[in-house]
Design a protein around this ligand. Structure first.
Ligand code: SRM
Ligand code: SF4
Length: 567
């Protein structure tokens, strides 16, 4: 069988990528992290530890804006760390938000960055501040274990409790799956929290063994009709099947992933393939676990560009993959159950659930919570948290839902939102901006080729008048930008995707659908701002003239310009 022959090549011992050696030699992700931390001569950590520290939820970064100046002065680059928390389903209690607020102020740039995977990152943490930061988080019952690295990352779940009477029940699966897929190593507690080291530093880890997965791994749970978490862009996407307000089980999709590499034709974005349905908690957890073991055993460990599950599945073939899964599970998947997504957006403003609790979704541009002139968002959220009357839920669209608010407490929260201009800001922001996302990119992301979150807001201000010109300003078009083709803001799953190729230049992708069920296609390459605006204006003009009824921009573009099928 072709697949089996390939496997031998993929697992060839002498062909392993450098990261594979670092993982197996790391004594359960410990490496020389303790020594690296003690070295006061440099703000960086040792090279091998830079790979390992990711498994602890941290990245070594530097201020890219200051590289040249530092090099000229013969100074080391300005190294610091980004810490990403593990928050399954993106839920924090108000006390935890207060702690996060203070930890951010004391140890990082102060900006609380909500990510596209329902968690938060803090940037600019100096090496000497990492342990105090992790210790402070630990007191708040928060950790960053496995928020990065070749393991399962933060598990997403549809964010909007008001959308389903059994949201809470399904939401709990995010935590169950996250716990199931946590590495067994105690390294995090030893290195950052001074736990007494184990005599035997290699804990038994049946899932990850000593080699972990070949690459990062992502899982999300969608609760139809919402696909707010972009379920098909994940390695595993679970779609909750609800009948008569009862959870019947989950459809399981596998093999989603978005990253591509410019100039590497072997890389591609892929939406997950729905494999079938399982009808119990035991079965869904087993299936998730065994999909991970298949990826562990058969993923590409030589070329990290081709190591995600999407490539493993395509190499094996979906049918062979499914057979292998069923063999490992010891049960067959049932036929996929019907489901329908009708929304992917966040429901801004107030919503009430079946129990009468209130939810306020507020717009956080590109997930950046900070105090800006005229918009003291960070202060406002602290005030909300101090009331103790609202929980915090992050959405996969980088926004915040103030949640579980009692009817009697609503006026208090409303007054704070109004006092600090938050409700006005959410109400008055244009629809395009509210349906947009950009990744971090400069100045911290080492992989950025072009700007992301620092640039998109001003570009949107220039696109908005074009929409108005063609009376499209109320059209909820999704626009997503990334500073490189890795796809952190999921630009390939948007109606308009802008993917950085060089400083000030982007590929323009169009034709994705509004619900995240069809990827877009590259339409033009290396456009600068003037060319982006000119091209979009041309597209908007034709769309406003020729679209049929309420046809979305993505559907129209796909037919007209990608497949040339509009008559
Ligand atoms: Fe991402 C790497 C930021 C969601 C695909 N991503 C990075 C790094 C850590 C750069 C690095 O490796 O050194 C970025 C840190 C920037 C910074 O300074 O903070 C980074 N990714 C982000 C975040 C913060 C973007 C945001 O603005 O919200 C998101 C954090 C999510 C989280 O909380 O876990 C983020 N990254 C994504 C997504 C979207 C998703 O998962 O829904 C993707 C595309 C989906 C996918 O994985 O296929 C994504 N990030 C990548 C990749 C490409 C992976 C691959 O398959 O090749 C990289 C590069 C890598 O892993 O080598 C990457
Ligand atoms: Fe960095 Fe690229 Fe991800 Fe943007 S898409 S955060 S530039 S890795």
């Amino acid at each position: 069988m072709a697949w089996a022959a390939n496997e031998i090549t993929m697992s060839k011992k002498d062909n392993l990528s450098a990261v594979e050696r670092i993982k197996t030699a790391s004594e359960g992700l410990r490496g020389t992290l303790k020594e690296s931390l003690r070295d006061a001569v440099t703000g960086a950590i040792r090279e091998d530890d830079q790979s390992l520290v990711k498994f602890h939820g941290m990245y070594q970064q530097d201020d890219r804006d200051r590289r040249e100046e530092r090099s000229q002065k013969k100074l080391e680059w300005l190294y610091f760390f980004m810490i990403r928390l593990r928050i399954p389903g993106g839920f924090l209690k108000p006390e935890q938000w207060i702690d996060l607020h203070h930890i951010a102020g004391e140890h990082s740039t102060g900006v609380i960055k909500i990510t596209t995977r329902q968690t938060v990152q803090l940037h600019g943490i100096l090496k000497s501040h990492i342990k105090p930061t992790i210790k402070a988080f630990n007191i708040s019952h928060l950790d960053s274990i496995a928020a990065c690295g070749d393991v399962n990352r933060n598990v997403l779940c549809s964010a909007h409790p008001a959308q389903s009477a059994i949201h809470e029940e399904i939401f709990r699966y995010a935590d169950k799956i996250s716990t199931l897929a946590l590495p067994k190593s105690r390294a995090y507690y030893e290195v950052w929290l001074d736990e007494e080291p184990l005599a035997d530093k290699q804990e038994d880890d049946p899932l990850y063994q000593d080699r972990y997965l070949p690459r990062k791994f992502k899982i999300a749970i969608a609760i139809p009709p919402d696909n707010d978490i972009d379920v098909f862009t994940n390695d595993i996407g679970l779609i909750a099947i609800i009948e008569n307000n009862e959870l019947k089980g989950f459809n399981i999709a596998a093999g989603g992933g978005l990253s591509t590499t410019h100039g590497n034709a072997a890389t591609y974005a892929r939406l997950g393939t729905v494999l079938g349905f399982v009808n119990s908690e035991e079965k869904v957890l087993k299936a998730v676990y065994e999909i991970m073991t298949i990826q562990r055993d058969h993923g590409n460990r030589s070329d990290r560009k081709l190591a995600r599950l999407k490539y493993t599945i395509d190499r094996m073939g979906v049918n062979v993959f499914k057979e292998e899964l069923e063999k490992r599970c010891g049960f067959e998947l049932e036929n996929t159950r019907p489901y329908r997504f009708t929304e992917r957006k966040d429901y801004y403003g107030w919503q009430q659930n079946h129990e009468g609790k209130w939810y306020y979704t507020l717009f956080v541009e590109n997930g950046r919570v900070l105090d800006e002139k005229g918009l003291p968002l960070k202060t406002a959220l602290l005030e909300v948290a101090k009331t103790g009357k609202a929980n915090f839920r992050f959405t996969g669209n980088q926004n915040v839902i103030l949640s579980d608010i009692a009817e009697t407490d609503k006026p208090v929260i409303e007054a704070i939102l109004s006092k600090f201009g938050i409700s006005d800001h959410t109400n008055n922001t244009g629809i395009l901006r509210k349906n947009s996302m950009a990744c971090v990119a400069f100045n911290t992301c080492p992989l950025a080729l072009a700007e992301g979150q620092r640039y998109l807001p001003s570009l949107i201000s220039k696109i908005e008048p074009l929409l108005e010109k063609y009376t499209l300003q109320d059209e909820p078009i999704t626009l997503r930008m990334t500073g490189c083709p890795n796809g952190c803001a999921r630009p390939y799953a948007a109606e308009i995707g802008l993917v950085g190729t060089a400083y000030g230049q982007y590929n323009l992708h169009i034709g994705g659908d509004r619900l995240g069920e069809r990827l877009n296609t590259k339409f033009k390459e290396n456009l600068d701002e003037e060319q982006i605006l000119q091209t979009l204006e041309e597209l908007f003009a034709v769309y406003s003239r020729e679209r049929k009824g309420d046809e979305t921009f993505g559907d129209f573009s796909n037919k007209k310009w990608i497949h040339n099928t509009v008559i």
